[in-house]
Design a protein around this ligand. Structure first.
Ligand SMILES: C[S@@+](CC[C@H](N)C(=O)[O-])C[C@H]1O[C@@H](n2cnc3c(N)ncnc32)[C@H](O)[C@@H]1O
Length: 286
């Protein structure tokens, strides 16, 4: 087993709101069982300084997902199995020796994807989620996953080093300006012809009949859970309307943002009432 060392580009933590945030923003590359050939193909991962707003957002997400690492792994993620399946299927259309999974959680997409890749870089802000991913990979004898504990917003990779960027149910946690920045970073990291696959909740705050139907079905699901569901509904209603935690965008807005970032072959498929899979590719040079 060969462990990869963290980049020598240590993150500047000056923008961090507290000392505990430093852990979240250190691009800790967990020892993975990468074999020599996989390591040869592995791009060097670094991190850069974040703005204060990015650091605050990443710290909030890290605290939330550290506390949810187990519940998401054993129960929460099962509700998304159809989305995960569609995302993995969309990835299968790619020639993807080196893949990058952004906001990988405990490996819901990373693990089924890994056998088709020479190397997968799995990035998440939550170290406990990555520990779960590492443990599952070890159990299954998967040796080509490199886990990186870092906010997506701080990530740095060599230009043209990635064949496939995939992300499932993670980007709606980023501020819209950061979604845009991530799309343009991914454009730089992808090789020409490389692919982008985004699975995520895609709806707005009620401007269209489709949005209203999606929101109504989510409200019904919370209400049916009794008092605990009502409490979550009240909390979520405030957060959603103020875009405090979950910041989904409509499929149309995603499509426009991805096109504006320069991607080609953009296509969106609705998988569940709230969730879509978007696929796109980096144009070939010329
Ligand atoms: C809903 S879970 C999805 C996990 C997994 N991709 C799946 O399909 O089940 C969202 C994940 O995004 C991660 N996340 C949220 N904000 C992040 C950020 N700014 N940088 C890195 N990871 C982030 C969380 O830690 C969490 O593991």
């Amino acid at each position: 087993m060969t462990s990869t060392q963290p980049s020598d580009q240590t993150p500047d933590t000056s923008a961090q709101p507290d000392a505990s945030a430093q852990h979240a923003d250190a691009a800790t590359q967990h020892p993975s069982a990468a074999d020599l050939s996989a390591e040869a193909a592995a791009p060097r991962v670094g991190v850069h300084e974040m703005t204060r707003a990015q650091a605050l957002s990443a710290t909030r997400e890290r605290r939330l997902w550290d506390s949810r690492a187990e519940s998401w792994d054993v129960a929460g993620s099962s509700g998304l199995s159809r989305v995960v399946e569609a995302v993995v299927q969309a990835c299968a259309a790619s020639d993807s020796p080196v893949a990058l999974d952004l906001g990988c959680g405990s490996g819901q997409v990373t693990l089924p994807l890994a056998p088709d890749c020479s190397h997968v870089i799995a990035v998440d802000v939550s170290a406990p989620s990555l520990e779960r991913l590492d443990a599952k990979a070890r159990e299954r004898g998967i040796e080509n996953i490199q886990t990186v504990a870092s906010p997506i917003e701080a990530l740095e990779l060599p230009a043209g080093s990635i064949d496939l960027v995939v992300t499932n149910y993670a980007l709606h946690h980023l501020r819209d300006a950061d979604k845009e920045l991530v799309l343009s970073s991914c454009m730089a990291w992808l090789r020409p012809g490389g692919r982008l696959v985004i699975g995520d909740m895609m709806f707005g705050r009620g401007a269209s009949a489709e949005d209203r139907a999606i929101i109504a079905s989510k409200v019904r699901a919370f209400v049916s859970r009794g008092p605990a569901g009502w409490w979550r509904l009240a909390k979520n209603a405030v957060r959603f309307s103020l875009r405090m935690r979950e910041k989904p965008m409509t499929a149309e807005r995603w499509e426009a943002m991805v096109r504006a970032a320069g991607y080609a072959d953009v296509s969106v498929t609705r998988i569940l009432s709230e969730a879509c899979v978007l696929t796109a590719s980096k144009p070939l040079a010329g």
